[in-house]
Design a protein around this ligand. Structure first.
Ligand code: HEM
Ligand code: HEM
Length: 222
């Protein structure tokens, strides 16, 4: 039986599914190339705003979405792997899940940062190319097209495989929780609050993210 608890607040769920759609769109437009690159860059800049929002929400957001809830000591990871974690470490991101979340966020940030300084030397260049040094542009262009995209793809594949394993082997409906926000847990724990004040706070933080994104991408503008 257990208790039905709201774990993922609306801003985190909206962030997640917009990120999924955008990253799929980036792989398609990046590989098709041509005039789709205009959309590639627009979507990439949108992803930058999402990532800045997630960092702010991780610092100032609600219960289980806060970074402080899923930054664990290494000993917690071992306890989790031995199946002896306390309930509070199994509500939001577990010690193992948290590693994959931080790896995904970091790989995406690096992919966006390198994209902003990528120059294909023919038609398309990221908005920070005018202010970046030549070695930086060369490094970013190679990283973006030859290395970073494989890091992102590899982590996404691992992420989805892990969700399948949790569903099939441990009967945990993690995907459903990322859709409707609730988990069935063995005991009561603090719930994510999703009231109007939380949504207003998220909207204000997203507005700040858009402002920061604008400052970053226009840094190189004449
Ligand atoms: C998570 C974010 C991103 C992902 C997953 C991504 C993915 C990709 C992929 C798969 C390619 C094709 C690489 C190839 O095989 O040649 C590509 C190329 C490119 N991307 Fe991104 N990208 C992202 C963000 C960005 C951003 C923010 C910008 C700039 C605003 C950008 C600018 C470019 C450019 C200019 C190319 C062409 C590079 C070339 O042909 O040499 N990307 N990207
Ligand atoms: C481009 C593909 C994807 C990316 C970049 C991605 C990225 C992420 C990130 C960054 C998080 C952490 C959420 C947060 O705390 O803000 C996360 C969690 C999660 N994602 Fe994805 N995701 C992708 C695809 C998917 C797909 C296809 C599914 C479902 C079929 C999915 C289901 C989930 C679930 C259930 C969680 C919560 C995991 C947990 O309980 O610890 N993701 N994802």
């Amino acid at each position: 039986m257990g208790v039905r608890v709201r774990v993922w607040d609306l801003p985190t769920r909206v962030f997640h599914w917009l990120l999924v759609i955008s990253v799929v769109g980036l792989f398609i437009t990046g590989n098709v190339g041509g005039w789709w690159m205009d959309w590639h860059m627009r979507i990439g800049i949108f992803v930058l705003s999402l990532l800045i929002f997630r960092v702010l929400w991780g610092l100032l957001g609600d219960t289980w979405s806060r970074f402080s809830r899923f930054v664990y000591a290494p000993a917690s990871l071992l306890t989790y792997l031995r199946g002896q974690s306390p309930l509070l470490h199994r509500v939001g991101h577990t010690p193992l899940g948290a590693l994959s979340v931080f790896a995904l966020l970091l790989a995406l940030l690096l992919q966006v940062a390198s994209g902003l300084m990528t120059d294909d030397a023919i038609f398309f260049s990221g908005p920070l190319v005018p202010v970046a040094s030549d070695p930086m542009i060369a490094w970013a262009s190679r990283y973006h097209s030859e290395l970073g995209k494989f890091f992102v793809m590899g982590l996404v594949i691992l992420h989805v495989l892990a969700l399948v394993v949790y569903k099939l082997c441990f009967k945990q409906a993690l995907v459903a929780a990322m859709i409707h926000g609730h988990k069935q847990l063995p005991g009561p724990v603090p719930e994510a609050s999703d009231g109007w004040h939380d949504l207003l706070k998220a909207a204000a933080l997203y507005a700040v993210s858009c402002g920061l994104t604008y400052c970053i991408v226009t840094w190189g503008a004449p």
